[in-house]
Design a binder for this molecule. Structure first.
Ligand SMILES: Nc1ncnc2c1ncn2[C@@H]1O[C@H](COP(=O)(O)OP(=O)(O)OP(=O)(O)O)[C@@H](O)[C@H]1O
Ligand SMILES: [Mg+2]
Length: 558
């Protein structure tokens, strides 16, 4: 075949086209490095920051990749003197790039001219090895999926980009350059050389990569070295150069149509986010699809964020991720990152996170452990070996905060549902958390109990600067108390906005089964549609709605 290819390429206009493509690819490779070293990269969204952190780990990964590559190059079985041979080390190029990302790509690619210099073999031909390797590493780094080879899509993606497309560009560059510079006769460049390159960059990686990646990927992933985990939201929270595709819910309300789609408002770089969720995906071990399908958002300190959405949307799963119970207690496949109070949940044990993050569930019975209120509140801090005096001092002031003044000695079984839920909130507050997550805390309470809990939580948020994430179906209360509401459906965020803007998005609620608008919002929307009130009179807040309606009724002499 290859003599045929050699003959075909060696003559006529095709030869010139191929040489042209080869030289343009080399220019493209140079541009790629200029871009990446300036901190930018190309993505489906155009030019974006590459988020590379030049920390000690990055430098170490570059050095390790380069060292492995340089050390392995002499291991070669000569096939064609002066042209090349079988070199198993070359199959490591895409593997290092896929696992380490840009540092792997840099280490491997730049080791080519460095290795040539060290061995005294730097020639005009070295340019081809260097720029050709750009494609062997950069394409797999940019285009392959996370190499979790339990998924057929991940295996396919690796083979497509790392074993087929990358090597095709590499061959184009290497054979084209050696032909163009007359370092090899055209026929040899496009026949014997192509064969050798195919064996080294396609055949050998097809055999070695599945084994090496299956061993190395889980190992690196567990230690936080896998590149996507390092360069999205790293353990220090929002690092310099971190580009968040998240949502700043306090920015001016988006128009209803914009809120309707998966939001991707770019928030300004900031260091005071209490929560940074970046492209979070999670699948339960027995499930056939992800319960969270690429969730990204941020929460600023002291915000009260409501999360709503139909049953099965993934709200409780998200709460478990935020509290770090996923992945440490509930297993499954987790991708992306969750950084809470500056800690990446992958890297800290839930007990450690428990001092900063509290989680209150729907069923107060299930979370009350103590026989008396006092015992219940003391349980958490006692486990953390807090001194008795500190526990007692916190206890009575917290009971005041949740409006259970003097209830220390009351037996927990004698409390009403609303009171039990308030005890659960006080218990969560005992550890002085910075973030409190509630998963449908009022679903078992009557309307008065709901209002009570919301009022207390809002007050905590204002007074103690506690950040609140509240998962709720109680839309009236969310409208009144939350700064911002995230609407989830089928594992995705479909809207993220202020209550006023979100509840104006009537279509979203009408087409989502099981979720409704606050009644007043529904009514005012109909009046707005009939031209009876103006768009800026629309509100989901009951008090304001009553005013709007009474003005309307007075005006119409009803
Ligand atoms: N332990 C589990 N194993 C397998 N699948 C699960 C598990 N827990 C939840 N799921 C699935 O994950 C998806 C999201 O569930 P989740 O409980 O997070 O939804 P939710 O939004 O909290 O719903 P609800 O409003 O009913 O509480 C659902 O499809 C559910 O069936
Ligand atoms: Mg739930």
């Amino acid at each position: 075949m290859n003599h045929g290819l050699g003959n075909l390429v060696a003559t006529g206009p095709l030869h010139q086209i191929i040489i042209g493509l080869s030289l343009s690819s080399m220019v493209m490779a140079i541009l790629i490095w200029v871009l990446e070293f300036s901190g930018w990269t190309i993505s489906r969204r155009g030019f974006v920051r590459n988020n590379m952190n030049w920390d000690a780990t990055t430098v170490a990964l570059i050095a390790v990749s380069a060292a492995i590559y340089i050390a392995g190059r002499p291991i070669q079985f000569q096939l064609l003197p002066g042209v090349g041979g079988l070199n198993p080390t070359l199959s490591l190029a895409p593997i290092l790039a896929v696992l380490f990302g840009l540092p792997g790509a840099i280490g491997v690619t730049f080791s080519m001219p460095i290795g040539d210099t060290l061995s005294g073999a730097l020639t005009v031909g070295s340019a081809a090895g260097f720029l050709g390797h750009t494609f062997l590493t950069w394409i797999p780094y940019k285009l392959t999926r996370e190499p979790d080879f339990k998924s057929a899509k991940a295996v396919f993606s690796f083979f497509l980009w790392a074993v087929v497309v990358g090597p095709v560009f590499h061959i184009l560059v290497v054979a084209g350059w050696l032909d163009f510079t007359h370092l090899l006769p055209t026929a040899v460049a496009w026949s014997a050389l192509v064969w050798i390159l195919l064996v080294n960059h396609t055949l050998i990686p097809s055999l070695t990569a599945p084994i090496l990646i299956q061993v190395l990927y889980p190992f690196l992933k567990a230690r936080g070295i896998y590149w996507r985990d390092r360069f999205r939201a790293n353990g220090t929270g929002v690092s310099a150069g971190f580009e968040s595709r998240s949502i700043n819910g306090l920015v001016e309300a988006l128009p209803a149509q914009a809120a309707d789609s998966t939001t991707s408002v770019v928030s300004p770089l900031a260091t005071d986010f209490e929560v940074v969720v970046d492209d979070l995906r999670f699948r339960y071990p027995t499930a056939s699809e992800d319960s969270l399908k690429g969730i990204s958002f941020t929460v600023e300190r002291g915000q009260f964020v409501g999360i709503t959405g139909p049953s099965g949307a993934g709200k409780s799963t998200l709460a478990l991720c935020l509290r770090g119970l996923i992945p440490h207690v509930c297993s499954g496949s987790l991708r992306g990152n969750v950084t809470v109070c500056g800690l990446n949940t992958r890297g800290v044990r839930p007990a450690q996170l428990g001092e900063k993050v509290g989680l209150v569930f729907q069923d107060p019975e299930a979370q009350i452990i103590g026989l008396t209120v006092e015992e219940d509140l003391a349980f958490g801090p006692a486990n953390y070996e807090w001194p008795r005096e500190k526990i007692l001092a916190n206890l009575s002031s917290l009971l005041d905060s949740v409006r259970l003044h003097g209830a220390e000695k009351r037996e927990t079984f004698s409390l009403s549902g609303g009171q039990k839920q308030r005890v659960a909130i006080a218990s969560a507050l005992m550890m002085s958390p910075r973030l409190l997550i509630f998963d449908e805390p009022t679903s078992e309470l009557d309307p008065a109990g709901k209002e009570e809990v919301f009022t207390i939580v809002r007050d905590l948020c204002n007074r103690l600067d506690v950040t609140i994430i509240m998962i709720e179906h109680a839309v009236e209360q969310l409208a009144e108390f939350a700064d911002r509401i995230i609407f989830m459906d089928h594992g995705r965020i479909v809207a993220d906005d202020t209550p006023r803007a979100l509840f104006r998005n009537v279509d979203l609620f009408h087409r989502t089964e099981g979720e409704r608008l606050p009644h007043v919002a529904e009514l005012l929307f109909l009046l707005m549609k009939d031209g009876l009130i103006s768009s800026d009179q629309f509100t989901p807040h009951e008090d304001e709605a009553v005013e709007v309606l009474s003005r309307l009724l007075q005006g119409s002499d009803v």
